[in-house]
Design a protein around this ligand. Structure first.
Ligand SMILES: N[C@@H](CCC(=O)N[C@@H](CS)C(=O)NCC(=O)O)C(=O)O
Length: 209
């Protein structure tokens, strides 16, 4: 059994979706990051930067893994799904682009534009512009390929999709990016994505366009 320590955020949803995709037995342990539970000493033992998500693999000597990209790699290798050996370099590139660029930049856009509007015009404009450019770049990539890496759905899509699922917060107009929209809606239909998106079992549905 895999224990997933998480909150209901794009980084958390990635792992819920992956666990649903590979159909592993898992349990969600909620970490309320709005009440600072991530800073508790017990949690910091498995998450040195006090961040969700983290997994403990109870079938593998209780191995604890933090960093969502590495968790996806681990589960991809363990299940032999969505992380094909032959495409590893390509998958890693798109996965790392999500981890190092797409997530951190869109995360800042959430902070300035959605959660704290009016506090910093510079911050709002900067991350709006960067997020819009990410939509453009992803749209261009997806005009050439079905999924980020090519014809196959991989952990790179699983990592990136939950960030785009916050499109209503972004105010960029997802429907204006037809390739990105096609990819988004195609993945939104997957049973595992619908279930993993509702990570906290609150009946949360995917925002369509
Ligand atoms: N690079 C990390 C980022 C994780 C991350 O930023 N988690 C956020 C929620 S999405 C968090 O735990 N925030 C709590 C805090 O910063 O105190 C990963 O992908 O796992």
């Amino acid at each position: 059994m895999i224990e997933l320590f998480t909150a209901d955020t794009p980084n958390g949803k990635k792992i819920g979706i992956m666990l649903e995709e590979i159909q592993y037995d898992y349990k969600v342990t909620k970490v309320n990051i709005y009440k600072d539970e991530q800073f508790k000493p017990e949690f910091r033992k498995i998450s040195p930067f006090s961040k969700i998500p983290v997994i403990i693999d109870h079938d593998n000597n209780k191995e604890a893994i933090f960093e969502s990209g590495v968790i996806l790699m681990y589960l991809g290798e363990k299940s032999n799904q969505f992380y094909d050996d032959n495409d590893k370099n390509l998958i890693n590139q798109w996965l790392m682009a999500q981890m190092g660029l797409i997530g951190p930049m869109i995360g800042q856009h959430h902070q300035f534009h959605h959660f704290n509007p009016g506090k910093s015009e510079f911050g709002e404009q900067r991350y709006f512009k960067i997020t819009k450019k990410l939509y453009e770049d992803l749209d261009e990539r997806l005009s050439k390929v079905k999924y980020l890496v090519g014809e196959k759905y991989t952990i790179a899509d699983i990592a990136t999709w939950p960030w785009i699922s916050r499109h209503e917060w972004h105010d960029i107009g997802l429907k204006n990016y037809k390739n990105l929209t096609r990819w988004y809606l195609d993945i939104a239909k997957r049973k595992a994505v619908i279930k993993g998106f509702d990570l906290m079992k609150k009946g949360e549905t995917i925002p369509l366009i």
